[in-house]
Design a protein around this ligand. Structure first.
Ligand code: ATP
Ligand code: MG
Length: 317
């Protein structure tokens, strides 16, 4: 396995289908679908689909944690589980006949100090083991595009309660120590706190980049300016995804800047498209392909995901 995906705040996602939502009335649920959800799990699912050698590391607790683990086994997603005292969360999506949706996200379990310590103690030897074969080939420079396969740590999604905002920064620094490249996709304060640790690649969407930049992005010129400022701080690659609009990949240190449009599509669901995109980008980096391929692969897979229901892969029902 040369990609480790950390899913710190996973969930069971439950979709209830109803005719309509009526306040103060009984709402009959016609069907319920449950699956393993959350950004890190989405990334691991797509990596498996793409044939990339990836392993998931995630904290799970309670009966819902057991249920989620059984879904991962069913999908044959290799996972290392860290047992938690508190139960894994269930996020509910209510979908009406007209296709309108309400989403209810639970806060999820709070990690104790001991559980947090165990998490760090588990990641470090993983990265060491992951890095060992690659170090022989002298990999690990943060900026250069490799011509040979590399090892990656994917950090995707929000931090659970009990985990400090600096957790991703700390993990990125551990990864640096072993020459493991990090791919980061999160937002808000957790993102801002991780940037100074110099992740290899970050993938904000346009909104998340504007949030980090603290200014609206009114044009592509402003988008490039913000992305370059971000890359100055990470010293690495910045990919900005923009839904149906053309995405940007740049790295000033490598003198690289490119925009590319996604394939045209009539989306059925866009939630999680960014996770599919990230999986394809991670796969391309791991394989050692040149950066234009990261963009092309990411866009193709991101758009493929918009044609599917949440949690599903091409060819599923
Ligand atoms: N309307 C669309 N038409 C075509 N492709 C799309 C559309 N929306 C999303 N995509 C594809 O998905 C990729 C990621 O989309 P987006 O920028 O919305 O990610 P995101 O906001 O990070 O999503 P999430 O975090 O919910 O997974 C895009 O680069 C593109 O390839
Ligand atoms: Mg996203």
């Amino acid at each position: 396995m040369s990609i480790l995906v950390l899913a710190l705040n996973p969930s069971i996602d439950a979709e209830w289908r109803v005719d309509d939502v009526l306040w103060e009335e009984k709402n009959d649920v016609h069907s319920e679908r449950r699956w393993a959800g959350g950004k890190g799990i989405n990334v691991a699912r797509w990596l498996k689909y793409l044939g990339a050698p990836a392993q998931l590391l995630l904290p799970l607790g309670g009966r819902t944690g057991g249920e989620l683990a059984s879904y991962l086994r069913g999908e044959k997603i290799p996972a290392r589980i860290l047992r938690l005292r508190e139960a894994t969360r269930v996020n509910v999506i209510v979908t009406t006949n007209a296709g309108r949706q309400m989403r209810f996200n639970a806060p999820g379990p709070k990690l104790s100090r001991a559980e947090l310590a165990k998490l760090f103690a588990t990641v470090e030897p993983h990265l060491r083991a992951l890095a060992r074969p690659a170090q022989k080939t002298g990999l690990g420079s943060p900026a250069a595009a490799p011509a040979v396969p590399s090892v990656l740590l994917v950090l995707s999604g929000s931090l659970p309660r009990g985990v400090p905002l600096t957790a991703y920064a700390r993990l990125i620094r551990v990864a640096h120590r072993y020459g493991v490249r990090t791919v980061l996709d999160c937002d808000g304060p957790a993102f801002a706190a991780a940037v100074p640790a110099r992740p290899f690649l970050v993938k904000p969407n346009e909104h998340e980049l504007a949030q980090w930049w603290r200014q609206p992005l009114r044009s592509e010129a402003e988008l490039v300016r913000a992305a370059r400022a971000l890359a100055e701080q990470t010293g690495g690659w910045v990919m900005v995804s923009r839904g149906a609009k053309r995405s940007l990949l740049l790295n000033p240190a490598e003198n690289f800047q490119s925009f590319a449009p996604p394939p045209r599509a009539k989306p059925r669901n866009t939630v999680g498209a960014g996770d599919a995109m990230l999986a394809a980008v991670a796969q391309q980096i791991q394989r050692g392909t040149p950066p234009p391929e990261w963009l092309r692969g990411g866009l193709a897979t991101g758009t493929a995901a918009t044609k599917l229901r949440p949690g599903q892969l091409p060819g599923g029902d």
